[in-house]
Design a protein. Sequence first.
Length: 106
Amino acid sequence: MTNYIQVITTFETKSDAERTARSILEKRYAACIQVIGPIASMYWWNDRIENSEEYLCIIKSRDDLFTELEQIIKKLHPYDVPEILSVPLLDGNSDYLEWMSKELKP
């Protein structure tokens, strides 16, 4: 079975999230990207707790495309240290996974 993943990352603005999502999709490193938000994020930064609004991207891809996907996100991301986390998909709707296979870079 192919190793599918979901990658999550956040952006300060919806336009940055959508611009990055479009670039990833055009290169076929993702079959689908959901942009959700705004969401409330709380995190440590520079020794203090920060609170901000962000846009969450959920990126559907394959494990073997993660390195290229990470590079695109880092290149286009405005944050100094962007969140880029990959979560393995253990199982899923076989029709959906087949559709993903057709849409992703071979």
